[in-house]
Design a protein around this ligand. Structure first.
Ligand SMILES: Cc1cc2nc3c(=O)[nH]c(=O)nc-3n(C[C@H](O)[C@H](O)[C@H](O)COP(=O)(O)OP(=O)(O)OC[C@H]3O[C@@H](n4cnc5c(N)ncnc54)[C@H](O)[C@@H]3O)c2cc1C
Length: 443
């Protein structure tokens, strides 16, 4: 067994770091004997994958990436938790399989996907990854290595789905891939003039399209508030897809940290205007490369450096359907009031709530905003959260870096149940993170 120990600043994707020791090895069973947390590729934005201030070793799982079994009839893949989704795509797409659910980046591990119970552009149809996971091999706090599923230790299974690594170390994941007719996407995108048109279009598209989402210009105000581009897609059938397999696209890279002014309001406004205008004619459709459709941001390596030395956070919330477009307007208005330019604002339709105890989506719309960190970011997130609580929504923990414990308790009605199960499996709170100290009040 090779093992690496590294004392360093550990960061999430938003680039805000804490000092910590990371251990890595291909033997997760051994490695997980004495560690406070596991982390994958650090694509969670805030502090979900960072150690608590009380210290302790954190497992970096990426060396444990073996595929262990594949059932060619039903598409069940069993693999070690450190396996990167990009590797699953490399091996299985040419064979006609694709993960049942994928987030918007392929640089995530299977363990990280499960701990966040990730959702994708097909959430309104297929739910979160938890719907497509059959079993998990885990190291739990009393030292046992066990396999949990819907039948065996179901409380542990569902608390782990979206449980942010706080129920134990995931060692192996058994999850489902779906057969696809071709590796290409048939996509359609359309310009929407304001937030009402956008949300209306999103909801109507959900009935016909398995993949929907889009971008809105959150800096336009007045009658253009929430104008944007709505995108939808489905797998292209064999007879309409190109005969060739989609080749990997050449990647751009951000070679060094950008100066702080780059994500200022003027630059972001100009970008949004150009992006919106570029989309002429109003409606476009055709065959799209799967990488451009599912993983547009992966085309630029280290794009998180664009936010400069202070880094950034993402505010992703879900608003229940009953509060509709008015609540989305309120989010945009708070953002405008705090002059918090957001380069990226993605609005997505969410389907039924999953069984994961802290799983993020609920029926309604999710809004995701990248926010450069400034002196007033805590104030801004507080204001957004206070409004979110009034509207009955909740935030996505894997993107969060600023939500306060009292706000999380107010927005998360399932928290008491999660705490009960966590207490049962880990009474001494051996598993902890910077996030669990901030949001769940761990010592
Ligand atoms: C560009 C971009 C787009 C994204 N799009 C989406 C999206 O569309 N939908 C969505 O749902 N998410 C999305 N995300 C978030 C991302 O999918 C999650 O944060 C995912 O969990 C990251 O995986 P990771 O392997 O990097 O995990 P990390 O960031 O390293 O860890 C995330 C959490 O998982 C826990 N964890 C990791 N491995 C294990 C393990 N083996 N055992 C126990 N706990 C573990 C960590 O403790 C931490 O709490 C996006 C992120 C980026 C950067």
């Amino acid at each position: 067994m090779s093992e690496r120990n590294k004392a360093a600043m550990l960061c999430g994707w938003g680039r805000v770091g804490v000092p910590g020791t990371e251990i890595a090895s291909e033997n997760l069973v051994k490695l997980s004997e004495h560690a406070v947390l596991s982390r994958g590729l650090g694509r969670s934005y805030g502090d979900a994958s960072l150690p608590p201030s009380s210290g302790g070793k954190v497992i970096q799982t990426k060396l444990a990436d073996r595929m262990l079994a594949f059932d060619e009839k039903e598409g069940w893949l069993r693999a070690e938790a450190g396996l990167c989704l990009a590797e699953v795509l490399r091996v299985f797409m040419p064979r006609g399989w694709f993960p049942a659910v994928t987030p918007g980046t392929k640089f995530v591990t299977l363990g990280g996907m499960v701990a966040s119970d990730v959702h994708g552009k097909n959430h309104h149809v297929d739910g979160c990854i938890g719907n497509h996971v059959r079993s998990l091999k885990m190291r739990v706090a009393d030292g046992r290595v066990l396999t949990c599923s819907r039948e065996d230790y179901p409380d542990l299974f569902w608390a782990t789905m979206g449980g942010m690594g706080l129920t134990g170390h995931i060692l192996e994941v058994e999850m489902r891939l779906k057969a696809i007719p071709s590796p290409w996407i048939f996509g359609q995108s359309e310009r929407m003039v304001d937030i009402d048109a956008y949300l209306d279009g999103l909801q109507h598209s959900a009935a016909e399209w398995p993949f929907t989402m889009g971008w809105i210009d959150c800096l336009s105000g007045g009658s253009r508030l929430g104008r944007g581009i709505l995108m939808r897609g489905r797998w292209a059938q064999k007879d309409e897809a190109p005969k060739t397999f989609p080749t990997s696209k050449k990647k751009l890279s951000v070679p060094f940290e950008a100066p702080s002014f780059l994500m200022g309001r003027t630059v972001v406004t100009t970008f949004n205007e150009l992006y919106f205008r570029k989309h002429i004619p109003k409606k476009k459709q055709g065959i799209v490369h799967p990488d451009s459709f599912f993983y547009p941001l992966d085309a630029i390596h280290h794009w998180n450096r664009l936010y400069g030395p202070r880094g950034f956070t993402q505010y992703q919330c879900v608003l229940p359907r009953s509060v509709g477009a008015a609540a989305a307007r309120r989010v945009l208005e708070i953002l405008a009031k705090y002059k918090a330019a957001s380069f990226l604002c993605v609005i997505k339709d969410c389907g039924e709530q999953g069984q994961g105890l802290l799983s993020f989506p609920m029926p309604g719309i999710s809004i995701a905003l990248d926010i450069p960190i400034r002196d007033n970011t805590q104030e801004l997130v507080d204001a957004l959260n206070e409004q979110l609580i009034r509207d009955g929504g909740r935030i996505y923990l894997t993107k969060d870096g600023f939500t306060r414990e009292k706000h999380f308790a107010q927005m998360e009605s399932r928290l008491a149940h999660f705490n009960e199960i966590r207490q049962k499996w880990d009474p001494q709170k051996q598993f902890k993170s910077a996030l669990s100290q901030r949001v769940l009040g761990d010592e």
